[in-house]
Unconditional design. Structure first.
Length: 182
């Protein structure tokens, strides 16, 4: 499980996450799915297209996020036509908000997923285009994880830089909060 240090689970989860994950055969779980901005995913759909073709992979749900819903719709769109690229259609940039995400390690380190992640890193897009883990993990999800293998957490959750959440927690539970040194 990946949980950012400035992310907080705000309500009881209500079940054993790991046990449920394993028992149900889930490969991934997340709390939020959001629409990402174009410039942090620029070029990733084109690299994914290359990967799918060269590895002969039929994606699980990726084409549901493409317009048209096939390889033809797997491209980046920008807010301007200055690059002579389409400004409509393409990959919709719906990404897993990776401040709270969980995945099966056997799946993550499987040869096809591992090759995909390494291709993304080796391409330089992670640095040059600022593809963060969010975009790459999302593409792995949309390529390799069927709908029934994905779980959406439904507990209360907040991602913030503010310390007020920790302060509230300590106050509610009558704990002494020792702030970290500045």
């Amino acid at each position: 499980m990946l949980l950012d240090d400035d992310a907080f689970i705000r309500s009881p989860v209500g079940f054993n996450i790991v046990e449920t994950f394993d028992k149900q055969g889930y490969l991934m779980a997340a709390r939020n799915i959001v629409h990402d901005i174009p410039w942090v995913t620029w070029g990733l759909p084109e690299l994914v297209r290359y990967y799918l073709v060269t590895h002969k992979v039929v994606p699980a749900t990726l084409f549901e996020h493409c317009n048209p819903p096939n390889l033809t719709g797997l491209y980046s769109t920008m807010w301007s036509d200055s690059l002579h690229q389409p400004t409509e259609g393409g990959w919709d940039r719906m990404v897993i908000f990776t401040n709270l995400v969980m995945w099966n390690l056997d799946w993550w380190f499987s040869p096809l997923v591992n090759r995909f992640v390494h291709l993304c890193v080796a391409s330089g897009g992670v640095v040059d285009q600022r593809w963060n883990e969010q975009a790459v993990i999302t593409m792995a999800w949309q390529i390799f994880v069927r709908k029934e293998q994905f779980f959406m957490f439904n507990f209360s959750f907040e991602h913030t830089k503010g310390s007020y959440i920790a302060d509230q927690f300590f106050e509610e539970h009558k704990l002494k909060h020792v702030p970290s040194p500045a």
